[in-house]
Design a protein around this ligand. Structure first.
Ligand SMILES: Cc1cc2nc3c(=O)[nH]c(=O)nc-3n(C[C@H](O)[C@H](O)[C@H](O)COP(=O)(O)OP(=O)(O)OC[C@H]3O[C@@H](n4cnc5c(N)ncnc54)[C@H](O)[C@@H]3O)c2cc1C
Length: 349
């Protein structure tokens, strides 16, 4: 991997739509419309999208309508619109931003179904069961997207490299996550992904004393989004650029049932202060298809995607932080941290 700051081609910031109580997936009547909400998926929106969409679609179809509006075309709006269409109904998406401009376009693109999905207090058995259903439904759907042109989904090895034992590193990271402890559910779906292998010194090329290998799904978001849009349009869907200033604007839509999937946008649109921003900054290095693995160190992680090598850094100040201005210096420091991890490999060639 050529980890050099002068190979950076993009630095971006995205806000995760976190809700302490977990995503809101439920219907309500607003004026003359039935509105099915599907928002607030934290750091798990891509991973849980299909499973969350399936719940929203069931609610929407229960109205008996045959024409639906979906507001938003990020990960949640697009997948919900596609699942609705597949049940044979007509769908129009209305959104302020097109898919490549929506916040979802600036996500890392890994299978992370319990990342910042709810608070530890909200992780009740009932929520855990709902989460597990969404997670397993999404996982099943993602396996059907393997091996198709554009490689929207791939399984990739991921190395974790640390100078301190992983349990210590986990605690250190948790302490840095901000004022909240997040609910964790990974143990419920252990059988979905291969186990983690501990690699003993001498069996790997890294200089660090603690190294692990796991295999996980990566979403090539640029091609994945394009495939979702093409499938939606091919089935007769329409995408209309429209901004809604208040929920009262829904009254102007011709459709009687509206699926509302505006992600972080729901905070302003509904005045829903339960949606809390969790800032995330990513940078892209020039793509290197030959780098066919992911890597995480103590202060940085990287995912090699078809549109670039994603370098991610995080800060204790990310929670409840609305700053969407990228800080290039942070990403450059992340690239240099990666270069340090990779240095022993360069010496080996
Ligand atoms: C740095 C970072 C990395 C992440 N990595 C991952 C990952 O690896 N895996 C994973 O599963 N998740 C990840 N996430 C989380 C994931 O990106 C989000 O959960 C997901 O993008 C939420 O999707 P969404 O469709 O709800 O919202 P958005 O993508 O924000 O889409 C909202 C849509 O609604 C529209 N909209 C909003 N307000 C209005 C309005 N007033 N009028 C009209 N339209 C409106 C927008 O234009 C947009 O089309 C990451 C998030 C961040 C920030």
């Amino acid at each position: 991997m050529r980890a050099n700051p002068d190979r950076l081609i993009r630095v971006s910031v995205c806000l995760r739509p976190f809700r302490a109580q977990g995503p809101r997936i439920e219907g309500e009547r607003i004026g003359e419309k039935v509105v099915i909400h599907n928002y607030g998926h934290g750091g798990s929106g891509w991973s849980l999208s299909w499973g969350a969409a399936a719940i929203a679609v069931r609610e929407a179809l229960a109205t008996g309508e045959r024409e639906f509006a979906v507001i938003g075309c990020g990960a949640i709006g697009l997948t919900t619109a596609l699942l609705l269409q597949q049940s044979g109904v007509k769908v129009t998406i209305y959104a302020k931003d097109r898919p490549n401009e929506a916040r979802s376009a600036f996500a890392t693109g890994v299978w992370s179904p319990d990342s910042r999905i709810c608070s530890e207090e909200a992780a009740t058995p009932a929520f855990a069961a709902l989460w597990e259903k969404m997670c397993r439904d999404s996982y099943r759907k993602y396996q059907t997207l393997l091996g198709i042109a554009g490689a929207p989904v791939e399984w990739r090895d991921r190395y974790s490299v640390s100078s301190i034992p992983f349990e210590e590193l986990r605690k250190k990271r948790e302490a840095e996550e901000g004022p909240i402890k997040f609910g964790k559910f990974g143990d419920l779906v252990k059988n979905l992904t291969p186990g983690t292998e501990e690699l003993a010194p001498g069996t790997h090329p890294f200089g660090a004393p603690y190294v692990r290998r796991a295999t996980s799904m990566v979403f090539n978001i640029a091609s994945f989004q394009r495939i979702l849009v093409q499938d939606f349009l091919a089935e007769g869907g329409r995408i209309v650029r429209r901004e809604f200033n208040t929920v009262a604007d829904f009254a102007n839509l011709p459709e009687k049932t509206v699926v509302h999937a505006t992600g972080y946008g729901a905070r302003a649109l509904l005045g829903d202060e339960s949606v809390v921003p969790v800032r995330g900054q990513l940078a892209l290095l020039i793509p290197q298809p030959e780098v066919n693995y992911s890597l995480s160190g103590e202060d940085v992680s990287m995912v090699s995607r078809s549109d670039g090598i994603v370098v991610q850094t995080s800060k204790p100040t990310d929670f409840n932080n609305t700053d969407e201005v990228p800080n290039r210096a942070d990403s450059e420091a992340g690239v240099l941290a990666l270069a340090k991890i990779m240095a022993p490999l360069w010496r080996a060639v």
